[in-house]
Design a binder for this molecule. Structure first.
Ligand code: ATP
Ligand SMILES: Cc1cn([C@H]2C[C@H](O)[C@@H](COP(=O)(O)O)O2)c(=O)[nH]c1=O
Length: 208
């Protein structure tokens, strides 16, 4: 019988450096077994369709919250749970901590209702490790400007102000404090090689 795989998630405010380091970690872990790279919102055809609406259509905060959990349910059933059951490592760019941070702390949605949705949709499933890329909102905004020259228009979240992103950041800090065994805070404000060294140290501490 295959050993259950590892579920690793990547969190942080927009522009924190997640994508940059997911690519590097994918290379490092590829030697250890089969990997599945995925993301939220998204990860299945249905959830990717919902992602387009979520990022770009006007809606109230409750609709936004329900949409992202609907996509998550499909993603868990179609991709994450089967991969873990087959012993694969799942690298997921954002998961439910983002809902607590963005919809809970950013938009002010009720955290108890979020916890109910989390339990209902995930049936106990939690990441084995969450790498939280932490940096000040102003620094992340500068990085996004650098990245967005010539790229697509900013989505509904990227258009938010610094106060919104500082609330989201506080949301991640609260989630990390509530689950210290699962979360590893990465100081994402430093140069790429220094960020990477922190990630390697976290992986080595787990024997991964
Ligand atoms: N440590 C770093 N120092 C300076 N620039 C960085 C660092 N890490 C990433 N960057 C740059 O910052 C920009 C944002 O990085 P990246 O796209 O990896 O962030 P992200 O967290 O995936 O963003 P999003 O959540 O918006 O998708 C990119 O241009 C990237 O090259
Ligand atoms: C999972 C999830 C995501 N969000 C937000 C966070 C980002 O602004 C976008 C996704 O964009 P990315 O370029 O793929 O990082 O969606 C959210 O508000 N709530 C969530 O649960």
């Amino acid at each position: 019988m295959p050993v259950a795989g590892r579920f690793i998630t990547f969190e942080g405010i927009d522009g924190a450096g997640k994508s940059t380091h997911i690519a590097a970690l994918t290379e490092r872990l590829a030697a250890q077994g089969e990997l599945v790279n995925t993301r939220e919102p998204g990860g299945t055809p249905l959830a990717e369709t919902l992602r387009g609406l979520f990022l770009n259509s006007g809606m109230d905060a409750l609709t936004e919250l329900l949409l992202v959990f609907a996509g998550r349910r499909d993603h868990l059933r179609q991709v994450i749970e089967p991969a873990l059951a087959a012993g694969k490592t799942v690298l997921c760019d954002r998961f439910t901590d983002a809902s607590f941070a963005y919809q809970g702390f950013g938009r002010g949605m009720d955290l108890a209702q979020l916890a109910t949705l989390e339990q209902w949709v995930q049936a106990g499933r939690q990441p084995d490790l969450t790498l939280w890329f932490d940096l000040p909102a102003a620094q992340a905004a500068q990085r996004r400007v650098g990245r967005e020259v010539g790229a697509r228009e900013a989505d509904r979240f990227e258009q938010q102000d610094l106060d919104f992103f500082e609330r989201v950041r506080a949301g991640y800090a609260a989630r990390a404090a509530a689950a210290p065994e699962r979360f590893a805070r990465i100081d994402a404000s430093v140069l790429v090689p220094e960020v990477w060294a922190q990630i390697v140290a976290v992986m080595e501490a787990r024997g991964w």
